[in-house]
Write a protein that binds this ligand. Sequence first.
Ligand code: SF4
Length: 489
Amino acid sequence: MAWPADDRLKEECGVLGIYTPGQDAAPVAFFGLFALQHRGQESAGIAVSDYNKVRMHKDMGLVNQVFSPETLANMPGEMAVGHTRYSTTGASVLRNAQPIYCQSLVGDIAVAHNGNLINAKELREEMEAEGEHFDSTSDSELLARILVHNLPEGVEKAVSEVMRRCRGAYSVTVLTPKLVLGFRDPWGIRPLSAGRRGDGYMVASESCAFEPVGGHADRELLPGECVVIDRDGMRFFMGTDQPKHAMCLFEFIYFARPDSRMYGTSLYAARERMGEHLAKEHPVDADIVVPVPDSGIPAALGYSKASGIPYREGMTKSRYIHRTFIQPDQSMREMGVRMKLTPLVDHIRDQRVILVDDSIVRGTTTKQIVKLMFEAGAKEVHVRITAPPIRHPCFYGIDMASRGELAAAVMTIPELCDYVGATSLGYLSIDGAVEAVGKDKDHHCLACFNGDYPIPVSRAQEKHAFDEPPDVGQFAGVSASGQLRLIED
Ligand code: SF4
């Protein structure tokens, strides 16, 4: 279970694939996965191939809890794929850990998937009608089974068949006994980069996974593109002739590591620019600009630079609180924030603070941080957020609250400002966030901000998202009537 105090959005997975000629791939994959730990902390897994047999180890926990030196030493082979996962699915989480292992006519294969298929239900019914049997309820297994059936006809056929049948977000790495594949869905919603390491090759969710293992990311895969890595080298092909561009804007705002590059820009620099835009869109007279660590730091620096108001650290973050197995209740949630973030009272006392953070989901974390700032003696707390208001659920692989739980979907901005207890509240606009990345709006998925889903979701899915009962107690006292309603754009 993730630390209960944190109501931040959770990325669902990180994936990688690697070929390390003359060396076992498992230890390298281990360190690569370590660099992708922020993309999933529930479970981790690595599959390796020695060109004959695919072996796998996966378990619940962080990468360094799942793998010991002994485990890695028992995983021979120059090719590997790996996966880190975040999941919310209580008891069945181990069964859903990845990579997924399947038998096929070309030998056993292992599949690691980041994303979510929106047509999983229909696809599963279709495939069951074709005689397919499934071991799990995971949408990743659908994708794996399509590959298994089509790999005997070649990787091009297998990948194009996945792209023809699977709708949704998927960045995938695949290990067969003889090769590593990596591919992105035709909308390019989740990231995936390919590059080199010595005489070998790598593919990973983010470029930050390359440098720690001595590699270098050459480029991002295009939407709908596939990379094939084997003993003959690395080659690319398109799995669809209808690629689009709809990369998740939230990767740029929050999910991906700031030292990664996407759409050719450093994410640290993009976040700094978001802070600069935020200062222009929501200026305020104050004494210091304070980040919510760590993700708010680049944007706070940008805000400070554009406004001329000094940057000051206002709280320290414990590096050691990641996980607990204790069931959270409200008092524990509050204690969680206090254990995770400690105010630097001498910096905050008697100051008018601009507090910069990346996003507000349910609003509970922001509310507690604002409270901490006032308790530390702040005179004013002006909250500035680099993500535009989140008013719609994500169907493409981000664990987001249902629409009724999204604070900005059920409250106006002034109501939300009251709810979190801030002196003022300002969000970066969609235009401001997109401009900071440097590509136009057509290159992004913006669905959780504007409800415009690049891959249309079925009415049933939307209805479910809208029907989810809001947690009324959570917002109690917000509106005079006690009534919740959805805020339309
Ligand atoms: S809906 Fe939001 S979180 Fe989901 S892919 Fe689109 S931009 Fe990203």
